[in-house]
Ligand binder design. Structure first.
Ligand code: UFG
Length: 329
């Protein structure tokens, strides 16, 4: 029996496929390569280039493969773009999930691990954030991810499908082998943008706002290594395989770092000065996002291996130094 990974050529998807394959699991990847890279897919995984909104293509896959469970990453994931082109997010994320779930129900596949986000919470009421805290997204991206969680819940009631939603905080870092890593176009995330400066692709970094109600005035985030996220997906899948109930888990380190602290850590790792300028706040940025991941630790037995920010940045730096232009298309 195989695991289907939708979006398995994307950043977090490819790292999860890597861990699954290295653990000897049988893996099938479905990805339309709109933002993913064929070169990032582990050579042992069987690859289908398809769009999950294409029910016919999904039927061919489900007929050809014996799929036991699905890990679902395929989605658009840029907060800014989700505000300028919301319908793209409803189409790719919600409609895509709907067609995938229809195909799963049609082919009797009843387990799904779902890539969700801290953006489902919006501006948090308190930190660390618990899974039971208020969900009130402040952008279309978070709104569609929350609606996808709800969709799975209703489908579960009607058809007996079981799901785990994993709400990640700030995914970062690269596989310790240096073979795969982060490659977004355009890049919007803090750590890869910082590393463009020592990488010679950017002169300086703009820090978006230094007047937040935090000790140094810059936003605080909870950075979690992509390989630790990958492990959590495997644990969540095994939890469902062992009869676990529908569930939602936060995935973070539980420690917050300010944007200035992240720059400092990157200076230490790269030995580069990394000049910064203060720029206006970016719309929709909450001041402080830190996860409580106690539930994932106790229920799934998840234990992140990369708690140290410098180690995390070092893995990202190793990847970006060797792949200044990401994957060759
Ligand atoms: N930042 C800068 N300069 C830059 C880029 C980012 O100062 O050039 C700042 C941002 O303003 C923010 C922090 O760095 O304060 C982190 O920004 P990222 O874009 O790296 O990450 P976010 O916290 O905005 O986003 C993450 C995930 C999203 C998810 C969101 C939930 O990447 O997928 O958390 O709020 F939706």
């Amino acid at each position: 029996m195989a695991i289907l990974v939708s979006g398995g050529a994307g950043y977090i998807g490819s790292h999860t496929v890597w861990e699954l394959c290295e653990a000897g699991r049988d893996v099938v990847v479905a990805d339309n390569l709109q933002t993913g890279f064929r070169a990032s897919v582990h050579p042992k995984a069987r690859f289908y280039r398809l769009d999950i909104r294409d029910r016919g293509a999904l039927d061919v896959l489900f007929q050809a493969e014996r799929i036991d469970g699905v890990i679902h990453f395929a989605a658009s994931s840029q907060v800014g773009e989700s505000m300028s082109d919301p319908l793209k997010y409803y189409d790719n994320n919600l409609h895509g999930t709907m067609v995938l779930l229809q195909a799963m129900v049609g082919h009797g596949v009843d387990k799904i691990v779902f890539s969700s986000t801290a953006a489902t919470y919006g501006e948090p009421e308190r930190v660390p954030i618990l899974e039971t805290d208020r969900t009130q997204p402040t952008n279309t991206y978070g709104e569609t991810k929350l609606a996808m969680e709800h969709m799975m819940s209703w489908v579960s009631r009607a058809h007996g499908l079981r799901y785990v939603a994993l709400r990640y905080f700030n995914a970062c870092g690269a596989h310790p082998s240096g073979l795969i890593g982060e490659a977004h176009d355009p890049e919007t995330h803090l750590i890869p943008i910082i590393l463009q400066v020592p990488g010679g692709r950017r002169e300086k970094l703009s820090l978006f706002g230094d007047d937040y109600p935090t000790p140094d005035g810059t936003c605080i985030r909870d950075y979690i290594h992509v390989s630790d996220l990958a492990q959590a997906h495997i644990l969540a899948l095994d939890y469902l395989m062992n009869g676990g109930e529908n569930n939602v888990f936060n995935l973070g380190n539980g420690v917050g770092f300010s944007n200035k602290e992240v720059v400092e850590a990157a200076r230490r790792v790269t030995g580069h000065l990394i000049p910064t300028v203060i720029a206006p706040r970016r719309a929709g940025d909450p001041a402080r996002l830190v996860a409580s991941s106690e539930k994932a630790r106790s229920v799934l037995g998840w234990a992140p291996r990369y708690a140290d920010l410098e180690t995390i940045i070092a893995t990202a730096w190793a990847w970006h130094k060797d792949h200044p232009n990401g994957y060759a298309k």
